[in-house]
Unconditional design. Structure first.
Length: 359
């Protein structure tokens, strides 16, 4: 009767798609189903824990001989451990290598005494190889995107240089000023693409880091003997997709440029304050000066300047609300916009990754 029962158990185990290996209390292999032998490409009966690696050509995931005592079945036999979904490699007699993932558990009797151990394993070679191929494809994609951004940045630098070439030969101040502003706007876009490398992504820009640098460059261009003082205050992270970041950077630098050009007429000195704040959901940007103020804008102007067009473009592209406050004490622009959930989640994940990588 016992022989018949054991034969039945053997038949049942051979029907399983997962490999099953049973060891006695000393770790000697006493039962192996067909799937386990097919995965290993050899018979597995016999063998002790200290010879598992040599007997069955077991390797680490780095292709080194696997330390016998660290194999899942050996850990269950020798230390009574439960090991779940541990990976290792198997070199078959024909030279092919299989990636196995297995779970080992000690087997105890009713009194809690360990009387054996069991290992279940499956062939994960196709899945792991597919994952590695996908990772390699993603890495290649990232490299290609960085290369594209690098070429875009170089092309923008060439365009900025071409715009600057005729400036020294042009006597018309309006034309010179127009070319200078055009070059400045191109350099803002160039700086946004450069920031992609600094952040380590190919499509997001850290505006809290980039905007103070851009604003300082603008003020240095227009400030004679440092008569315009710039202060920038940042609070929170403002990581935006590159297209949105370019719109924000262009609008903010345009407002700072206008303040430098018009806010301090007939004044020996002035101050501009830029505030960048984000609570994760909402971004708030404030550009304020203590200048002479400005006329109340015509709600229905016949024509608009480039600065107005850029600010309007920002309103449309990011759904921003732009509020203007002006008077004898100066002018203040307040820009606020919300960030979509997916954008917030990506930013949070990127920030967590940066903090983890920081020394």
């Amino acid at each position: 009767m016992l022989s018949s029962l054991e034969s039945f158990k053997s038949v049942v185990l051979d029907q399983l798609g997962e490999g099953v290996i049973v060891a006695d209390a000393d770790g000697r292999i006493i039962s192996v189903n067909r799937a386990a032998e097919e995965i290993h490409g050899r018979s597995l009966i016999g063998g002790a824990p200290d010879s598992y690696s040599d007997d069955y050509q077991l390797l680490t995931m780095n292709d080194a001989p696997h330390p016998p005592e660290e194999l899942p079945l050996a850990r269950a036999v020798l230390r009574g451990e439960e090991v779940v979904d541990a990976p290792w490699k198997i070199r078959r007699p024909d030279g092919t290598v299989v990636i196995a993932v297995g779970t080992a558990r000690p087997v105890r009797n009713a009194e809690g005494v360990q009387i054996g151990s069991v290992l279940t394993l499956r062939d994960e070679t196709s899945r792991v190889n597919a994952e590695q191929a996908l990772l390699q494809a993603l890495e290649m994609k990232e490299l290609l995107l960085f290369e594209v951004n690098h070429r875009v940045r170089n092309s923008l630098q060439i365009v900025a240089s071409l715009v600057a070439l005729p400036m020294k030969r042009i006597e018309d101040e309006i034309v010179r000023e127009t070319l200078s502003l055009t070059r400045q706007r191109i350099e803002v876009i160039t700086a946004a693409h450069r920031s992609l490398y600094e952040l380590g992504t190919h499509d997001h820009v850290d505006c809290a880091q980039l905007l103070p640098e851009l604003c300082a460059t603008v003020v240095q261009t227009y400030s004679i003997d440092d008569h315009i003082q710039l202060t920038c205050q940042t609070e929170g992270e403002i990581i935006l997709p590159v297209s949105k970041a370019v719109s924000v950077c262009l609008a903010v630098t345009e407002l700072v440029t206008n303040a430098c050009k018009y806010a301090f007429e007939e004044r020996e000195e002035g101050a501009i304050h830029v505030t960048l704040e984000s609570d994760g959901d909402t971004v708030r940007i404030e550009v304020a000066d203590d200048g002479v103020g400005m006329p109340v804008p015509d709600p229905h102007p016949k024509k608009s300047g480039i600065g107005t067009i850029l600010v309007d473009s920002l309103t449309q592209s990011v759904g921003a609300c732009v509020k203007l406050e002006t008077g004898a004490d100066g002018t203040k622009y307040i820009i606020t916009f919300n960030r979509p959930p997916a954008e917030r989640d990506f930013s949070s994940a990127l920030i967590a990754k940066r903090r983890k990588a920081a020394p």
